[in-house]
Design a protein around this ligand. Structure first.
Ligand SMILES: Cc1ncc(COP(=O)(O)O)c(C=O)c1O
Length: 337
């Protein structure tokens, strides 16, 4: 039985997502490189957030909400998918776009995710800071109170680590789902490579695979903050998820691995290795990554492969969390690297 069985949930994703071998990459490096296709969850271009939203919206409906409120960067995939999920469930939706990335190019503000948010007709608010999670959440709470005074009932999907991480439950499920796919094919994973942003994905996934008895390293790739801060964030979230689930599983801090080697020059800003990795996977396999999350994560995997550390019997598993809609906000990438 899944650890998340008892929580209210709605169905938003096409599950299970496929597990595929990257044939050309595997042949080039003489090892096995697998890809878990969470870019194919199906909701308005797909991506990891639909698994998380299934649990948030489950709570929202249980509380009788008629409106969803959330916050994120201008090119946030989470914001795009929240709007799509609200539309699917017949809910109103308002989003707050934060000034998190210094990019003035018109495409960054008008194309990709914000284009889709406008297409789906969400009300948009702006927040002038990009590194003020508590303030961004507070602004949502204020808006929720305003709506309440108008007779509406809003549900806030928060950003900061101070809230119950219902979203991570979606990745506990993903870890369990992937382990059953690997077991069925008798694949012994050597290492998992996953992105680590708000940390719901990394935390839930780590718990999900450990709960299935798998002890392979889960290599979290930092996309938002340095490795030390991210490790603390994952540790806090892990305790909160374990408490929420009511599990007695113990995952020592030493098993929380965060790698910030691809973080520079910062959130939403791809470096040369990331651009090269995006082009590499597009040209080798026809698979699209994004400049903020999946591109940085795959760039770390590519460095590991180029280091020549893996053999024919090894199995590296890359969790593709989507995000390719934001490629249209970075038209210059095609000319770079
Ligand atoms: C495409 C994509 N991958 C990965 C992440 C990181 O997931 P998390 O915030 O759960 O760490 C995000 C977050 O917005 C995302 O949009």
């Amino acid at each position: 039985m899944s650890l998340t069985q008892k929580f209210p949930r709605v169905e938003l994703s096409h599950l299970p997502t496929p597990l595929e071998l990257l044939n050309n990459v595997s042949a080039e490096f003489d090892t096995n490189v697998w890809i878990k296709r969470d870019d194919c969850t199906g909701l308005a271009f797909g991506g990891n957030k639909s698994r998380q939203l299934e649990f948030y919206i489950g709570q929202a409906l249980e509380q009788g909400a008629d409106t969803l409120l959330t916050t994120g960067a201008v090119q946030s995939n989470h914001v795009r998918m929240t709007v799509a999920a609200a539309r699917k469930m017949g809910l109103e939706v308002e989003v707050q776009l934060e000034h998190r990335v210094d990019r003035n190019q018109p495409e960054y503000h008008q194309s990709g995710n914000p284009y889709l948010v406008r297409l789906m007709g969400a009300k948009i608010h702006y927040y002038p800071e990009g590194e003020d999670e508590a303030g961004a959440d507070l602004a949502l709470e204020r808006r929720a109170s305003e709506l309440e005074r108008q007779g509406r009932k809003a549900y806030v999907i928060p950003l900061s680590n101070a809230h119950t991480p219902y979203g991570a439950l979606g990745y506990v499920d993903c870890g369990e789902e992937l382990m059953s796919q690997l077991n069925r094919r008798e694949i012994e994973p050597t290492r998992f490579i996953v992105p680590s942003g708000s940390a719901s994905t990394h935390t839930g996934f780590l718990l999900g695979v450990r709960a299935c008895g798998c002890h392979a390293p889960v290599h979290g790739v930092c996309v938002r903050r340095d490795a030390q801060s991210q490790k603390q964030r994952v540790a806090t979230k892990l305790r909160a998820v374990i408490d929420t689930i009511g599990s007695d599983i113990d995952i020592p801090d030493a098993e929380i691995f965060c790698d910030d080697s691809m973080l520079a020059p910062g959130y939403g800003l791809p470096n040369e290795d990331t651009v090269a990795a995006i082009k590499y996977l597009a040209r080798r396999e026809g698979i699209l990554l994004d400049p903020t999350y999946s591109g940085k994560t795959f760039a770390v995997l590519l460095k590991l492969l180029q280091g020549g550390n893996y053999r024919a019997q090894d199995n590296l598993v890359f969790l593709h969390t989507g995000g390719a809609a934001s490629l249209f906000a970075y038209p210059e990438l095609v000319e770079q690297a």
